[in-house]
Structure formats: structure tokens, C-alpha cells
Design a protein around this ligand. Structure first.
Ligand SMILES: C[S@@+](CC[C@H](N)C(=O)[O-])C[C@H]1O[C@@H](n2cnc3c(N)ncnc32)[C@H](O)[C@@H]1O
Length: 553
């Protein structure tokens, strides 16, 4: 009796081979993979030992594809569909082009089974385009079903949601998922910190000294912590998220970029050193993405390695897909640890790429734009301190935005507005408001506004950091809101006056009701913003005058 031959697969848009590895461990022969990015292909080839072709798939001729293919898998690029691309306004036509290319290959090879991964946003687009007259309608005979899957439900320590489309047995896949346990960020970080590192998913062990790309970076400095915390816990538009990231649950989506201060960056306070808040190492990100600890990333730079890992499909998930393709019953599914012996680090190892360091170069026009927390409503209504650099000169001001995310309205605040608003107040309240505003004016008058940008760009010394001014505005904001909360009707009249002064007969049609419902906060912001801007303008005009005098001397 001849042994059944292994199923044969190809991997399109294969990146570093997340599909290829999982399928290989599931006993499927990955005959070839296709990818145009050289370093990704090198990574795939060195780890998976199969033909990884560097090609533009859009130009691939059907004649160059292998025969006898049972399975087609792949992950066409998601860039155009991703919400992080131009706020979700990527070029959908361009993105569809790669999905069409993928489906054309499926249509040509007629495999028994196929699967295509992308971001969740693609699911409704595919469904719509499959309909009569749609751009994918001609592929409807391929049995296209779309599923939104969360990797966390398949044993991964990551809450990564992805659309997986295809004609595979989704019930069997879900059956596997229901039998797998949950794993957490903390388990991965702890496992990788031991002297003998036991892979949290694959069970193999290696001495810590052999763990590559696991260099914990310098802890975030106070400024980076502040920016990180603000963007996560007090974002004026997006939902609040925990900071630092919670260790006792699966991690948020591992993305393709991660600066030291961005909202999407995952920041941890490790149990063994809770004071040293830091980003994850490349190795931690790889394990959270379901790669074995022996897998090596042949990127030339730290950011190339981040990109490879963030773009990949987790092989611990594609392993399950491989078994779905083979039809392995859930009770017979071998655990990943059964394959530990097949996992060896390729030789030679990749180049070392240490993480970037704090205080790297900031441009002279480094942007500062943070909401004053006590004066902030959700959905984008906010008073913010920001800088604007024009022609080598930076101006600081407090700005007010309201309206809707699609129709953001700015209301200019200055001395003229403050005088108008002041007239709305009865004299006893006016005295108390003026006393608080005097504190803001005094603070700004004594602050070193002239050098604030220099301090912010780490280019020199100065007496005032912008966050110090932001905190002062926040403190006064709290007191002013408390004061006006006892006079909500007067606060409402202040808002009416501001709208009348700034917009006259051209009153905005959106956002006013929300201002009215939060009148004490908005009125407080209008007073503080107008006073602060008056004083900031005076300081900046003085500084500009001094600088002009120096030039003329
Ligand atoms: C989402 S990633 C695929 C990730 C892959 N599944 C993995 O596990 O690493 C999409 C990949 O498509 C590649 N790509 C984009 N356009 C391509 C094209 N026209 N031809 C070949 N590869 C392309 C990108 O370089 C990228 O690596």
C-alpha cells in the first residue's frame, strides 16, 4: 500500500511565511511562496526551507505556477483597507486589485480548498463586490465565505481580529478553538524572562543566551510616559484604554510600527521591574504573534523586523487552518508542542538591531497638541494647547474645537472675545472669574514661553516645559468649572455670546446642543482660552520684537 501523499499548497503574498510555517507543521507541503519584499522572502526561505520567490504577483504568469496544487493560501496587502491608512480612506480599488489577483489564481488552479486573510474591514467589501455587477462577482462560484475571527479564541495571546475568507470548514476550526485555552501577555513576558526559556506556545526550551532579538529597551522617560498616557487614557476622540497594558489578558493587536510614544504602542510595566515601563521587545512581539522562539527575522533594521512581525499571520493559527484543510478531527488535533523538535533556529542568525533610543532627533517644528483634560468632552470637543511653526518661528495658543468628527469647527479665542463674554457675567461672579483668569495671566507672564519650543525639541534649556503650562491650564480649568457649575444658565449665556460674536448669522448647525449640555465646562474653557491666548500673544510679540532688534543690531 502506498502512503497518502502530503497535500500540496502555495502561499501568495507570503511575507515572512506565517501561512507557510503553520501549514508545514500541520504536515502540508508548501511547494512555493510568492512575495516581492526581499528581506521577508529571505526570512521565509531560511526558516521554512522552501522555494520563496521574489516576484510581483500582479505580473505572475499562470504558466509559472506549479501543477497539482490542493491548497491556496495567502494574505493580500491590507494597507488600502486598514483604518490606520489615511483614517480609513485608503484606495479601495487598489486594494481590490490584489484580492482579484489572488482569486484569479484560485480560479485557475482550482484547489480543493483555499483561504485568504485580511483586515476585518474587507469582509463587507467582499460581500458587496460578490453581488451582481460587483468587481468580484465572477468569482462567486469559488464558494467565498467570509469570517471575522479573533486570534484570542484560537489559543493566541493576542486579541487580533482578522477576516479569513475561503471555502474551508469553519465549524471544524471553531471546534478546535473551543478546546484551546487562553494565554496572556504576562505569560509570554514572564516565559521569555527566565534563564531557560520555554516557548509559551510550542513548548521547546532554549537557554536565555540563545534568545535573539530580546533586548529590553531603555525605560520610557517621564515625557514619553506622559505622552503615552495622554494618548491612551485621555484621548479627545478615541476610547480610553488601559495604560500600561494589562498583563493578565491577551494583548492588543501587534501592529507593523510601534514608536515609543504612539497610541498603538504596547507599553508594559514588567512584574520584575514595574518602574521600568517599556515597549515590548521584538522577540516578545513575535511570540505574541504566535512565532516559535527559534524563528529568526532577517530584517536589516529594528523597524523592518517590527513590520515583518506586525504584517504576519500567526503561524500558531495557520497550524489550525492546516489541520482544517486536512480534515483532522478536533479530538485528534496534535498540540503544537508535538512539533517542538522540528523547530531549529536558522544559521547564520540575522544582524543585531538594537531598539531606538529616547531623545532621538526631534525636528525644530516638533508638534505639541494636547487637550486640557478638565475642559475636554468626548467625541472631539476639546480645548487644547498647541504649537504652530511657521518660517522658523513657533507660536503657542489654546484652541477650541467642537462639532462632529466629519464637521470640526474651530472657535477663535482672544482678548476681544474675553471682553464680550465678561459682559454676560453678573458683577459678583465676574470678580471671581477674573481672579482665576489673573492666575493664568500671571503664570504665563512669568513663564519662559520664548524657549518653550527649544525645550520641547530637546535643543536647549528653558524655564517652562509645555506640559507645565498645560497642567496649569488644567488646574485652573478644574476650578473654573467648579465655579460655573453653580451657575449653569449664565454659563449657557456665555456660550450663546461666544457663538454670536464669532459666527453672527452664520451659526453652525451642528454641535451646539452638546455645548449647551456641558455649559460650565465650555464656558470655563472659553474664558481660560481667551485669557491665555491674550497673554501668550503678548509674550510672543515681545520675543519677536527682541529677536528683530537683535537682527537689526
Ligand atoms: C499582509 S502581508 C502578508 C503577511 C504574510 N501572510 C506573513 O505571514 O508574513 C502582505 C504582503 O504582500 C506583499 N505584497 C504586496 N504587494 C505585492 C505584490 N504585488 N507582489 C508580491 N507581494 C506583494 C507585501 O510585501 C507584504 O509582505
Amino acid at each position: 500500500m502506498t502512503a497518502a501523499r502530503a497535500l500540496r499548497a502555495i502561499d501568495l503574498y507570503s511575507g515572512i511565511g506565517g501561512w507557510s510555517l503553520g501549514l508545514r507543521l500541520a504536515g502540508i507541503e508548501v511547494v512555493a511562496s510568492y512575495e516581492r519584499w526581499g528581506p521577508a522572502n529571505e526570512t521565509n526561505f531560511k526558516n521554512n526551507h522552501h522555494l520563496a520567490q521574489t516576484v510581483d504577483i500582479r505580473r505572475l504568469s499562470f504558466a509559472d505556477l506549479p501543477d497539482g496544487i490542493d491548497i491556496v493560501v495567502g494574505s493580500p496587502p491590507c494597507t488600502q483597507f486598514s483604518l490606520s491608512n489615511r483614517g480609513g480612506n485608503g484606495d479601495l480599488e487598489e486594494g481590490l486589485e490584489d484580492i482579484i489577483t489572488f482569486l484569479r489564481v484560485v480560479d485557475h488552479l482550482k484547489p480543493k480548498v483555499w483561504a485568504m486573510e485580511n483586515v476585518p474591514r474587507v469582509a463587507p467589501i467582499i460581500t458587496k463586490e460578490l453581488q451582481n455587477g460587483g468587481r468580484l462577482h465572477r468569482f462567486s462560484h469559488l464558494g467565498v465565505h467570509t469570517h471575522i475571527l479573533n486570534m484570542e479564541e484560537f489559543g493566541l495571546p493576542q486579541r487580533r481580529r482578522r477576516c479569513v475568507a475561503g471555502n474551508f470548514d469553519i465549524d471544524l476550526l471553531r471546534d478546535y478553538g473551543s478546546r484551546l485555552g487562553c494565554s496572556t501577555l504576562g505569560e509570554v513576558v514572564t516565559a521569555l524572562s527566565q534563564d531557560t526559556v520555554c516557548d509559551p506556545l510550542y513548548g521547546l526550551s532554549i537557554p536565555k543566551a540563545q534568545l535573539v532579538d530580546h533586548v529590553p529597551e531603555v525605560a520610557l522617560n517621564p515625557e514619553e510616559l506622559r505622552i503615552n498616557r495622554a494618548s491612551k487614557t485621555a484621548h479627545p476622540v478615541y476610547n480610553a484604554m488601559p495604560f500600561p497594558d494589562r498583563m493578565e489578558r491577551a494583548v492588543r493587536t501587534i501592529t507593523a510600527t510601534c514608536t515609543r510614544v504612539s497610541r498603538e504602542s504596547i507599553v508594559i510595566a514588567p512584574l520584575e521591574a514595574p518602574q521600568s515601563t517599556r515597549r515590548l521587545t521584538i522577540r516578545e512581539r513575535a511570540s505574541l504573534q504566535g512565532f516559535p522562539i527559534t524563528f529568526q527575522f532577517y530584517g536589516a533594521t529594528y523597524s523592518q523586523k517590527l513590520k515583518m512581525i506586525g504584517n504576519a499571520i500567526p503561524p500558531a493559527f495557520t497550524y489550525l487552518m492546516g489541520h482544517v484543510f486536512r480534515g483532522t478531527g478536533a479530538a485528534a488535533l496534535p498540540p503544537l508542542s508535538r512539533h517542538a523538535e522540528q523547530l531549529h533556529a536558522p544559521d547564520p542568525p540575522p544582524v543585531l538591531t538594537p531598539p531606538d533610543r529616547p531623545g532621538s532627533q526631534y525636528p525644530p517644528n516638533r508638534s505639541f497638541r494636547f487637550a486640557i483634560q478638565s475642559l475636554q468632552l468626548k467625541s472631539g470637543v476639546r480645548f487644547e494647547l498647541r504649537n504652530r511653526s511657521v518660517g522658523g518661528w513657533t507660536n503657542w495658543s489654546v484652541n477650541f474645537y467642537f462639532g462632529t468628527p466629519k464637521n470640526i469647527i474651530a472657535l477663535q479665542m482672544d482678548e476681544d472675545l474675553r471682553i464680550h463674554l465678561s459682559k454676560v457675567l453678573p458683577s459678583s461672579l465676574r470678580r471671581r472669574v477674573d481672579a482665576l483668569l489673573a492666575q493664568v495671566s500671571t503664570y504665563i507672564g512669568e513663564a519662559d514661553i520664548e524657549n518653550m519650543q527649544r525645550v520641547w525639541t530637546h535643543k536647549g534649556v528653558g524655564g517652562t516645559r509645555p506640559f507645565m503650562l498645560l497642567d496649569e491650564l488644567d488646574r485652573t480649568g478644574q476650578r473654573m468649572v467648579e465655579l460655573l457649575q453653580s451657575e449653569p444658565e449664565i454659563a449657557g449665556a456665555v456660550i450663546d455670546a461666544a457663538i454670536a460674536v464669532r459666527f453672527g448669522d452664520e451659526r453652525p448647525v451642528v454641535g451646539l446642543a452638546k455645548l449647551g449640555r456641558n455649559a460650565p465646562i465650555i464656558a470655563a474653557g472659553l474664558f481660560i482660552g481667551s485669557s491665555a491666548n491674550t497673554m501668550l500673544q503678548a509674550c510672543q510679540a515681545g520675543a519677536a520684537g527682541r529677536s528683530a532688534k537683535t537682527l537689526s543690531c
